[in-house]
Design a protein around this ligand. Structure first.
Ligand code: SF4
Ligand code: SF4
Length: 168
């Protein structure tokens, strides 16, 4: 039987944006509008994630078997726009994602992308093939970012400490 974890729930409710969690009356408008819920035929379900958060059902949210429950969200904000109760779903899910990162449960594709940005100051490093194609299309040269400066900023956010050692 699932355990209710009030400390976890209060941690979300204690956040300024997280207080909106309490306004949810489970109408499911968010799930009906969520593109990920539609594509996955309900396997990803923002209404359920909000309910589990409200009840403090931490073990249904975290853990390696539940990774998709949180990380399936693409942060498109559609649910926020349609929620009749103005629940800040996307921000609440970011709180959950941050907790998931603290637990070392973020999916590899997220931490891998974060490592790429840390090392290159961009999500997709420039490659000769891309440069050649841009030249052929007559597109202007890309201005390279200041990698050292971006790295310094990301270090101030403690990003490197949150990445798995193997991907640093
Ligand atoms: S649309 Fe808003 S009120 Fe309705 S279930 Fe989703 S979060 Fe709750
Ligand atoms: S922000 Fe996330 S939960 Fe909300 S509609 Fe988009 S994918 Fe679905």
């Amino acid at each position: 039987m699932a355990t209710l974890d009030f400390e976890f729930r209060n941690k979300i409710l204690g956040n300024e944006i997280g207080t909106t969690l309490a306004y949810c009356y489970q109408c499911a408008t968010c799930s009906g509008a969520c593109p990920v819920a539609q594509v996955t035929e309900g396997r990803y379900n923002p209404r359920r994630l909000i309910l589990d958060s409200l009840l403090g059902l931490k073990e249904k949210i975290f853990g390696q078997d539940n990774v998709f429950n949180i990380w399936g969200c693409t942060v498109c904000d559609t649910c926020d726009e349609v929620c009749p109760q103005k629940v800040e779903l996307t921000e609440i899910f970011i709180i959950l994602k941050n907790m998931s990162i603290e637990k070392g449960e973020a999916p590899d594709y997220y931490t891998g992308q974060a490592s790429t940005i840390l090392e290159n100051a961009k999500a997709i490093p420039m490659q000769p093939a891309i440069e050649r194609r841009r030249d052929q299309l007559g597109l202007p040269k890309i201005i390279e970012p200041d990698v050292a400066e971006v790295k310094k900023l990301l270090e101030m956010t403690k990003l490197p400490e949150k990445l798995p050692k193997s991907t640093e």
